[in-house]
Design a protein around this ligand. Structure first.
Ligand code: SF4
Ligand code: SF4
Length: 110
């Protein structure tokens, strides 16, 4: 009867198994039970700066929409752009890319 394996030995064995057995023996993982669940994660929760648009400067060229990594810029009813602050993480890319300087990053109030 052999000695019981330590926790570290068991982990090492599990990690080395794919190298030993090949990729066909990899366990199935990353099961997706429901699509589009990222909608439940409000990336705006951890924002410290928010974009504010100057409507008099904006020509609705939509460059900010192209560059926004969160896809949270949308066309407002007045034809300009607006931001869904639930998902805006305050990165400031839109303000940086706007050719007319129509977006200013403003610190959030507590
Ligand atoms: S990039 Fe600037 S000018 Fe163009 S739509 Fe956005 S805010 Fe308006
Ligand atoms: S600050 Fe970043 S996340 Fe928010 S609207 Fe601008 S580009 Fe998008």
């Amino acid at each position: 009867m052999g000695e019981a394996k330590s926790e570290v030995e068991e982990k090492r064995e599990r990690l080395e198994a794919p190298l030993r057995d090949g990729w066909r023996k990899l366990p199935h993982s990353l099961l997706i039970f429901e699509p589009a669940t990222s909608l439940y994660y409000y990336t705006g929760d951890w924002r410290t700066f928010k974009p504010v648009r100057d409507r008099s400067k904006c020509i609705a060229c939509l460059l900010c929409w192209v560059y926004c990594p969160e896809g949270c810029i949308y066309i407002a009813s007045d034809g300009g752009i607006d931001v869904d602050l639930n998902y805006c993480k305050g990165c400031g890319i839109c303000a940086k890319e706007c050719p007319l300087g129509a977006i200013t990053m403003v610190e959030e109030e507590k």
